[in-house]
Design a protein around this ligand. Sequence first.
Ligand SMILES: Cc1ncc(COP(=O)(O)O)c(C=O)c1O
Length: 391
Amino acid sequence: MATTLIGALERELAGRRAAGLHRARRTLASAQGPRVVVDGVPLLAFASNDYLGLANDPALVAAACEGAHRWGTGAGASHLVCGHQAPHAALEEALAACAGPCEGARALLMSSGYLANLAILTALAGRGDAVFADRLNHACLNDGALLARADLVRYPHLDVDALARRLAASRARRKLIATDAVFSMDGDLAPLPRLLDLAEEHDAWLVVDDAHGFGVLGGGRGSVRAAGLTSERIVVMGTLGKAAGVAGAFVAAHPAVVDTIVQTARPYVYTTAAPALLACALLAALDVLRGGGGDRRRARLSALVERFRAGAAQLPWTLLPSSTPIQALVTGTSDSAVALSNALLARGVLVPAIRPPTVPEGTARLRVSLSAAHDAADVDRLLDALRGAAG
Ligand SMILES: Cc1ncc(COP(=O)(O)O)c(C=O)c1O
């Protein structure tokens, strides 16, 4: 006999199922890559954020193994206690040089992008301050503003004029503009130069979440470098579990920002450091990202994006504008997105349906993500499956 507490949860879960919003995990019986095995069934996948195909790259795997032999499996403590090991320090230096947004920038490793955004926002904003956020920002930027107890002021997607009006009307003590650089469910780009102009005009911080740009744009150095911007008021957050193929995240910013996070940000201070073996794998990933191998992977990825867009433009669903590996086909209702995803699954192709609240009501979609590990024939097979599902 379920308690009333359990009963209440079960009613809520049943409501989710009835609304087509219930989410289920798939267990992969394979490493990440274009070809995965789910429930014993081999599938061609366009679902991960492994944009450069590094998540199962032999050089990274070898570096992780060597790292485990040299440094063990666990960091054993938070960075401030005694979990900060030499590979963490080396990786921070390399990341600062690669993606720092200003002269003398430093980088700080975090265990995840989610925690990194919480750390940045709580370190730079508090009660009486205001965080100005694009309406399509990732949830963790909004959660950071809430945790900081700052006012969260959202502006319509990419609408710089609306942002300017909100900034001008604000009486907040400190102002912070927060934006995804590449929007995670749409794949389009934030107008970073114009956002920096506004940040300068209003003496605000500009926090750039480059989860989907780092490794892919700007020769791998990310969206801020791609836009040619440098400023002490820019704080970059890059994730290391997407294009970089491993796990974790970093903040790259002026040393005063980094030190403030180290001193004050609870999502940094009160959590165990990621294992050093991951830092070893990430040092190997950076070698690829910044080198000719990275350029070749990015060129291949761009060609696959173009191939997909040329084919998808003929389909009955709305293909959102995007030059990045994130390609969204909007179907509308949650049911229609799930039905299309299932129709592809029946054809051996895995593309996730993305539903509210992750995307706005009425814009449920398939989120196709392309990887340099795909080839042209994979993209053609996806397009055939979509044509078949369109009937
Ligand atoms: C835009 C954006 N920011 C932050 C994150 C969080 O990063 P992580 O998965 O490393 O926690 C994600 C995705 O997970 C993301 O898409």
